[in-house]
Design a protein around this ligand. Structure first.
Ligand code: PRX
Length: 670
């Protein structure tokens, strides 16, 4: 049970000290949706005083309804039903509502493909709202033609191409439940997910481009569909596989099962009325890892999720009609769902999609795209920012970057040094930074600055979004005083919250609803400062106990990265006879810095100075690269095994570059 695995709240210590504060630029505030902290506070307080009234007003104002709801919320913890009795449709809210006016011929998706080779430009495609609507309708008809009905699960395993968004929207149009699987996952992962959700169809492509080579997606699907356990297929629910032609590599098409996308869409009408779906109709399942090995199928539902992603996109990105908005996440992750596809499109914004890697063909790829399309809003991850820092300022400095007006980050705590670099080198000191805290489970942003209103401090996601009630609590669920570490919970239900773990009610209750009775448990450690700002310490599982002190690995990492020679750091625990746990730091250095015994000592002392002697790593190990997932998360689980001198075991299929692991293991054996 989760309660046994997580830390005791009193042992969570937040030791990061950061005093810099950046007030919103008055020129930005003047044009923003929310113009001052006072205005934010007024709206926030009203939203908390009467959440039902707040959400009802927003749902009325922001969404298209086929049938009005009768009840705003039915809440019997842990089950929430929002906008009960209402009927709507996500694709209609992302597309049809924009077709009557000036937006019809505005770019909905601008797509930049990965260049085939260095020196060649990336392919370009633009789909207006009208064109996207047409493609979605056609593909929805293809789904129907092949027997997909309301509630059926459809697996999407595609590269970052517009057809990924088209497939998702087409499912929502007819009420099918999509489950996007990130293209970096293996055949085994695809099979496991098909088995878990009982998918009827897979949508894939012949291949996807990644750093100049082809990822064999169709081949992986073929392999997945052959996997047997005890002589029995685990994917027998699959009836059809639709294959998009992207890379034109050779693939085998199985008769009666496999169909080409381009043949299919030619045979159907481009008219497909949106299904009238209940507010609580299941929208999608997205798998995410938990503290045990088996991924959890997080379930989201129609109206609440849509309202959450629409409203947060509007206010946190301060979206305007003329923005070119770019979220660099893959659609295989929740960020890609809420902030590449649904949130921006529901707002009628132009969303940019990029197919490839940030350093292909060169480390300036992102900045090249920003200038090429005059991107105004960029939303990326701290891990990417640290990589840019490591690659050197000369790459962004070659570009204007003057179209940017707002920057965002998500996915992990951002260390203040990376925040400052983003602010200075990319934002030129001009762009507000929104550090947004949320989770696959929350559906949308929960704690985040509102850019024209909230003064920011590097390293904190600041204050809650409207209608959201986070609190830092002790083990009994009692709020702890300011500046004290504890567990982060959300007290009251919100529309875009998860509706369950697919097929596993018990795990749903145990993971999220048993730690603190009646509240949603986030799994994160946190502290609120004297301004009420929330500082995420990291996952509670990542919080280490050194001599009786709980120390967030993120904070030690942040201290290390604040040293001038360090590009990136990952800290894990290893058993220590005297202290309980000792810290081992894996460190990659900046290009010009050299590994040495002296530097190891310097870095230990540096952490000692920044945080305190208790946080000094016992060992600092230099490495050329850290093992990461394709979404950029450092795989601490693997580093922990290396730090403990153990053989690396367990699932490594999500690793971006397996050779990193081999090198690290060799170094430790040497
Ligand atoms: O620990 C928090 C961290 O990422 C976790 C959620 O991961 P996932 O479901 O993969 O979703 C990532 C994209 C929303 C959280 O429990 N996290 C996410 N954003 C932040 C963060 N930690 C600190 N600051 C953030 N801005």
């Amino acid at each position: 049970m989760s309660t046994k695995k997580t830390a005791k709240a009193k042992n969570i210590e937040s030791v990061l000290k950061e005093d810099r504060k950046f007030a919103p630029d008055p020129a930005f505030s003047k044009q923003a949706h929310i113009k001052s902290l006072a205005q934010y506070r007024k709206l926030y307080n009203a939203s908390i005083k009467d959440p039902k009234k707040f959400w009802a007003e927003q749902a009325e104002k922001e969404l298209l309804w086929f049938k009005p709801w009768k009840k705003v919320l039915e809440w019997k913890a842990p089950d929430a039903k929002w906008f009960v009795g209402g009927q709507t449709n996500v694709s209609a809210n992302c597309l049809d509502i924009h077709l009557d006016g000036d937006r019809a011929n505005k770019a909905a998706i601008i797509w930049e493909g990965e260049p085939a080779a260095p020196g060649l430009p990336g392919e370009e495609r633009t789909l207006t709202f009208r064109q996207l609507h047409r493609e979605v309708c056609r593909f929805a008809n293809v789904l129907k033609k092949h027997g997909i009905k309301r509630g059926d699960r459809v697996m999407i395993y595609l590269p970052m191409v517009p057809e990924a968004a088209i497939s998702m929207l087409a499912c929502t149009r007819i009420g099918a439940v999509h489950s996007v699987v990130f293209g970096g996952f293996s055949a085994q992962s695809v099979a496991d997910r098909i088995q878990d959700c009982g998918a009827k169809m897979v949508i894939t492509s012949d291949g996807g481009f990644r750093r100049g080579s082809v990822v064999p997606l169709k081949q992986n699907v073929d392999d997945a569909l052959k996997i047997k356990v005890k002589g029995k297929s685990i994917t027998k629910t699959i009836d059809k596989v639709i294959v998009l032609q992207r890379t034109k590599n050779d693939v085998k098409m199985k008769r009666g099962r496999d169909l080409w996308w381009h043949h299919e869409i030619d045979q159907v009408s481009d008219q497909c009325p949106p299904a009238k779906l209940d507010s609580e109709h299941p929208l999608f399942i997205l798998y995410t890892s938990g503290s045990t090995g088996k991924p959890k199928g997080i379930l989201h539902s129609t109206a609440g999720y849509l309202l959450g992603s629409k409203l947060t996109s509007k206010y946190v990105f301060d979206l305007k009609e003329s923005d070119v908005y770019w979220c660099t996440a893959d659609v295989g992750w929740i960020t890609g769902h809420s902030y590449v596809v649904y949130g921006p499109l529901a707002n009628g914004a132009t969303t940019l999609m990029y197919e490839g890697a940030p350093n292909w063909p060169g480390p300036d790829r992102f900045w090249n795209i920003v200038d090429k399309y005059n991107v105004t809003i960029m939303y990326t991850a701290p891990t990417a920012i640290r990589a840019f820092m490591k690659w050197g300022d000369e790459w962004p400095k070659k570009y204007r970057l003057d179209s940017l007006r707002l920057l965002g980050t998500v996915g992990e705590p951002i260390n203040p040094e990376a925040w400052m670099w983003y602010h200075k080198v990319i934002g030129k000191g001009r762009c507000p930074i929104v550090d947004t805290w949320w989770q696959t489970e929350t559906g949308g942003m929960m704690i985040t600055p509102i850019p024209g209103a909230t003064p920011t401090k590097p390293g904190t996601a600041t204050l809650p979004f409207f209608g959201i009630t986070p609190e830092v609590v002790d083990d009994k669920g009692k709020a702890v005083p300011k500046n004290t570490g504890g567990k982060l919970v959300i007290r009251k239900p919100w529309p875009s919250m998860l509706r369950g773990i697919w097929g596993d009610k018990k795990r749903f209750i145990e993971t999220y609803w048993s730690e603190v009775k009646g509240s949603y448990f986030t799994g994160d450690g946190c502290r609120q400062d004297s301004d009420g700002y929330f500082w995420i310490v990291g996952r509670i599982d990542d919080v280490l106990n050194v001599s009786g002190h709980r120390i967030g690995t993120a904070e030690v990492e942040s201290a290390l990265v604040s040293h001038k020679d360090v590009a990136e750091a990952a800290v894990v625990g290893r058993p220590d006879e005297i202290k309980g746990q000792g810290l081992v730091a894996f460190v990659t250095l900046k290009g010009s810095s050299k590994a040495s015994k002296e530097l190891q000592q310097t870095l230990r002392n540096h952490v000692g100075k920044e945080i305190g002697a208790v946080a000094k790593p016992d060992l600092v190990r230099f490495t050329e690269a850290l093992p990461k997932t394709r979404s950029g998360k450092i795989m601490r689980r693997l580093l922990k095994q290396i730090a403990e001198g153990k053989e690396v075991k367990g699932d490594t299929t999500t690793l971006e570059d397996v050779s990193v692991l081999t090198k690290l293991s060799k170094e430790s054996a040497a």
